[in-house]
Design a protein around this ligand. Structure first.
Ligand code: DGL
Length: 272
């Protein structure tokens, strides 16, 4: 079982930010990345629909023999993490809890902002988790739907990105937050522009790094860590990566390489 792959799933390309971090922290693990491009985006769909889609993707990945499922999508984590945990016989990790812990640790004033898709923000899950970990925290949560297409179009800086960020983030500026959770897989790519609008006194929380740490911790606890998976200095990754999408593999390859900063040799078209 230790050499079986980890399944990493997102509505599209955004979860590659999580894959990249897992690859960096445990480079010997074999990975299967699944992007549900045919049904992207999840962020504007109802929780029931996102749950159904997530269940279908999980079934597909189980058929590929995965030893762990990482739901590398904030919207899918908010809607489907509990049901996936009930249904699957393997460990299931989401991206919300690691981000919530990081935010609770980072805030000094107890005033935290959360931005994400409409689905994630309306679920209220981030607020609930952060308040459970750090009672009394004041949360200001906002959906920022235009950030996703901006990233998909590669508009990570410049006038348009900066105007959209200023417009969206203006309400948070007045709330005196000291920590902002980037509660969507795409937003870490907009860190420079979000950071320049919010200013240096606001810590930006990117859950990819925390999630990868959690993946390693849970694999270790369950005796599932691939023996080749420990990072040795200067060593190159030894695990394989398979990329599967439900539509438009060429587009995934082009934008995915921008997310990862390295080549994606092949993208498979998956039938659910
Ligand atoms: N991956 C989604 C998330 O993290 C963003 C893209 C979408 O709306 O599907 O919420």
């Amino acid at each position: 079982m230790t050499t079986h792959p980890i399944g990493i799933f997102d509505s599209g390309i955004g979860g590659l930010t999580v894959l990249k971090e897992i690859r960096r922290q445990i480079p010997g693990e074999n990975l299967i990345y699944f992007g549900d491009e045919a049904r992207f985006p999840y962020g504007i769909k109802s929780a029931g629909t996102v749950r159904r889609f997530s269940g279908e993707v999980a079934e597909y990945l189980m058929r590929q023999g995965i030893k762990m499922l990482v739901v590398a999508c904030n919207t899918a984590t908010a809607a489907a993490l509990n049901s996936l945990r009930e249904d699957l016989p393997i460990p299931v990790i989401g991206v919300l809890m690691p981000g919530a812990y990081a935010a609770a640790r980072a805030t000094k004033t107890g005033r935290v902002g959360v931005i994400g898709t409409e689905g994630t923000i309306s679920s209220g899950v981030y607020s609930k988790l952060i308040k459970n970990i750090r009672p009394g925290t004041e949360i200001s949560a906002l959906p920022c739907p235009l950030f996703v297409p901006l990233v998909e179009e590669g508009r990570l800086s410049g006038e348009i990105a900066s105007l959209v960020a200023k417009e969206y983030l203006a309400p948070l500026k007045g709330r005196k937050i000291d920590t902002l959770v980037l509660g969507c897989t795409h937003y870490p790519l907009l860190k420079p522009v979000i950071g320049s609008v919010m200013g240096p006194s606001v810590t930006l929380i990117d859950s990819a790094d925390e999630t990868a740490r959690e993946v390693k911790r849970v694999l270790t606890k369950n005796g599932l860590l691939n023996p080749g998976g420990e990072k040795k200095s200067r060593s190159l990754p030894t695990g394989f990566i398979r990329y599967c999408v439900t539509d438009a593999p060429e587009r995934f390859k082009t934008i995915g390489e921008r997310f990862l900063g390295y080549d994606i040799p092949e993208v498979e078209k998956a039938e659910l």
